[in-house]
Design a protein around this ligand. Structure first.
Ligand code: URA
Length: 433
């Protein structure tokens, strides 16, 4: 069998298109261990340099999705999944998923842990004692049916080809390749089974996609893959130059999510959650104006917060944390980064904030490392706001000074002041469907 692999590598090297059968030979062979790393590495680099056609990318995605178990959400009504390409301070899933449940949708979702400078929903929720992401399939489905929201960790049996390929891409400089990113993300979404998928494609300093054009290309590719597979898929492109909301770090982000669920959240975060909820409903044919009014109402009338409370309790969490936020373990150490001169905040680099949380102990460099849920960074000011020399702009929550010097350095470097207020940038840059 391996005899034909060089022919397939040559075919991609020469810029030709693979058939679905050829992709099965490569990808399933690699997943089984029949195709060695060196041949798959050569093929990945050929893809990186030559790209992939639309149908070919869709076929690759299906092959990866079908490389393991396919989640059967059975007859659950109006199943919705959401994916963000990863950001700093991005706690949207914590807010959007109970909003969707309150809107009569069913969210039976797999979420990830944080890696490097980006956070993960599972880590954030584990700030609430007792909450677990480990549910048996039957409980997962029953809870989704009863509450409209159930959330588990990524199963190893879901799109296993992606897990293996991603690890190989990571060490062969082939991660930042549009068809490979699109197929990686969408293979997991398709295997997870939801009928409607909303994608939040982050663009900017803290994101995979640095430019709007690159982000649009990725969004288009993912929407096309999902549509070809018979799903309702919509994407929004959002700015990730600056962290979302005011908080970065696990407990701090849950606190901000709870404030948003009470209708008291920061504008950017609230607007993004409403926009994503509207996309989910509009994808199913609902009028956008009506959808927006319904989505906003869930944050004002307590219905999204009630769903969140029920969801936390159902997964073993201490639901009293939802109503008594003083219970959260927030690291007691405080240090402020102040403005060196008077002016306007021109930028707070999301990547620097993400890295600061990491060095404080709130993230992990490698899978499986323990994290400190209580540390983090608060943006006391956001870009566009005036500040006087010596006033605090960023607040560090640290534990016993761990990582404090490095975090202070990162945040100081990531803060830009200007003499004039920068032109306001919209958070939502574009929509693709
Ligand atoms: N996220 C994924 O799941 N895969 C990629 O390739 C990039 C981001």
């Amino acid at each position: 069998m391996t005899a034909i692999i060089p022919d397939l590598i040559r075919k991609k090297r020469d810029g030709l298109e693979h058939t679905r059968e050829e992709l099965e030979t490569l990808v399933l062979g690699y997943t089984r261990g029949d195709v060695p790393d060196y041949q798959m590495s050569a093929w990945l680099m050929a893809v990186f340099l030559r790209g992939m056609a639309e149908q070919e990318t869709a076929d690759l995605t299906m092959v990866m999705a079908e490389s393991g178990d396919l989640m059967n959400l059975g007859d659950l009504p109006r199943t919705v999944d959401k994916h963000s390409t990863g950001g700093v301070g991005d706690k949207t899933s914590l807010i959007l998923t109970p909003m969707l449940a309150a809107l009569g949708q069913t969210v039976a979702k797999m979420s990830g842990r944080g890696l490097a400078h980006t956070g993960g929903t599972i880590d954030k929720l584990e700030s609430i004692p007792g909450w677990t992401s480990e549910l048996e399939e039957e409980q997962f489905l029953t809870q989704a049916r009863e509450i409209g929201l159930a959330l588990v960790g990524q199963s190893r049996d879901l799109a296993p080809a992606d897990g293996k390929l991603y690890a190989l891409r990571d060490v062969t400089a082939t991660v930042d390749c549009l068809p490979l990113i699109a197929s990686s993300i969408m293979s997991k979404k398709l295997a997870s089974g939801a009928h409607t998928v909303v994608l939040d494609v982050k663009v900017g300093a803290g994101a995979f996609m640095r430019t709007l054009d690159a982000g649009r290309g990725l969004a288009r590719a993912m929407v096309d893959i999902g549509t070809r597979a018979g799903r309702q898929v919509r994407a929004v492109l959002t700015d990730m130059d600056t962290p979302l909301g005011h908080m970065a770090g696990n407990s701090l982000e849950v606190l901000e999510a709870l404030a948003t669920l009470r209708g008291e959240g920061p504008t950017d975060l609230t607007e993004l959650c409403v926009a994503l909820a509207v996309e989910a409903l509009a994808a199913q044919g609902e009028d956008e104006t009506a959808a927006e009014a319904r989505a906003r109402a869930t944050l004002q009338d307590g219905s999204a917060l009630a769903k969140f409370r029920a969801f936390i309790a159902a997964q073993g969490g201490d639901a009293t944390y939802v109503d008594d936020v003083s219970k959260f373990d927030v690291a007691p150490g405080r240090a402020d980064v102040t403005a060196p001169e008077s002016g306007f905040v021109a930028g707070i680099d999301a990547l620097s904030v993400g890295r600061a949380v990491l060095v404080l102990g709130g993230g992990r460099e490698r899978k499986g490392e323990a994290i400190d849920h209580g540390v983090g960074v608060e943006l006391l000011r956001k870009p566009g706001e005036a500040v006087r020399a010596g006033e605090p702009v960023l607040r560090i929550y640290h534990r016993g000074g761990r990582g404090l010097d490095a975090a202070t350095r990162l945040l100081t470097e990531g803060l830009t002041l200007g003499a004039q207020a920068p032109a306001p940038e919209p958070l939502i840059l574009d929509r693709v469907f």
